[in-house]
Design a protein around this ligand. Structure first.
Ligand code: AMP
Ligand code: ZN
Ligand code: FE
Ligand code: FE
Length: 282
């Protein structure tokens, strides 16, 4: 059975692997197809596509948009989007700016606790346009202000802790529309993690294309439950490891394997959506 991993992060957001390292790991795990789904950016896609082409791995462009619906955070995966789509690029650039400002705010709060972290240290370490809490945690460990990443989250960065800062998010319904106008497919990421099942009917009504059923944090029963929901709504089934490289110990790539038949269905859905758009434009 050939398989795929459709949820991976690189150095272009909070993963630790370069695009070329991701392709090398994918090859080693004998993955037929992978998608790069960095948070709020598609910047890493071009290099990952080139590295995958050289390794004879199918590459699917993607991003993971931070969104909200009825005051609940949820993540929407975008697949097969046009990386050059002007509206997509402009919209995600706004959220990258929000992320950068949020880093400054988190550092300010850490400083108020008399801990001498500098925003510039976090930005230097992140070295990307879409920084997040893991970069703050890594910078704290690097500056010996914390022993481990977990300690940084537990003491400072987790929701409700002193340096936690809420993040302005895109509406999930708008995210779906944004993805569609960029020629992509919109998939609800790890619903078992966000516990926002009650949002599913609204997202489906807005044109949601799929549900990520297989994920590192989904056990077999959870994966089964979301496959059932996906089938009931006629949605695509996707899955991936959500690998962030070496930031959380052993890399997760290769541990969640999506049957390639679901990738074929993804391509077919993209083709059908393109044909529908072309017919509507005539
Ligand atoms: P952000 O997008 O800035 O809110 O950060 C979210 C990222 O932080 C996700 O990639 C999570 O996997 C990661 N994260 C959340 N909680 C923890 C934790 N306790 N330890 C390590 N990483 C975490
Ligand atoms: Zn992440
Ligand atoms: Fe996520
Ligand atoms: Fe993710």
């Amino acid at each position: 059975m050939s398989s795929a991993d459709l949820h991976l992060h690189s150095q272009f957001s909070d993963g630790t692997f370069a695009p070329e390292e991701i392709a090398a790991h994918a090859k080693r795990h004998d993955l037929r197809a992978i998608a790069l789904t960095d948070h709020d950016t598609v910047e890493g896609c071009e290099r990952t596509a080139a590295a995958c082409a050289a390794a004879s791995i199918e590459f699917i462009t993607g991003t993971e948009l931070t969104a909200e619906h009825n005051d609940h955070e949820l993540h929407i995966l975008a697949y097969l989007v046009d990386m050059q789509n002007p509206r997509l690029i402009a919209e995600i650039a706004k959220f990258q700016k929000v992320r950068q400002e949020r880093i400054r705010e988190m550092v300010t709060r850490i400083n108020e606790l008399n801990i001498p972290l500098k925003a510039e240290e976090v930005f230097a370490l992140a070295n990307c346009r879409s920084p997040g809490r893991p970069h703050v945690a890594r910078a704290m460990v690097k500056a010996k202000l914390c022993g481990t990443l977990d300690e940084a989250f537990e003491r400072f960065l987790k929701k409700g802790r002193p340096a936690w800062v809420p993040k302005a998010k895109m509406s999930a319904l708008e995210a779906i529309e944004l993805i569609h106008q960029a020629g992509g497919l919109a998939v609800m990421a790890h619903p078992g993690l966000n516990k926002t099942d009650e949002s599913i009917p609204d997202l489906v009504a807005a044109g949601l294309d799929g549900i990520e059923c297989f994920h590192t944090k989904h056990n077999a029963a959870t994966a089964e439950r979301y496959q059932k929901i996906a089938r009931e709504h006629g949605l695509l089934i996707t899955g991936g490891s959500d690998c962030h490289g070496l930031s959380k110990g052993k890399p997760l790539i290769g541990t969640v394997r999506l049957d390639y038949l679901h990738v074929e269905k993804l391509y077919a859905a993209k083709k059908a959506a393109d044909e529908k758009r072309e017919a509507a434009a005539k």
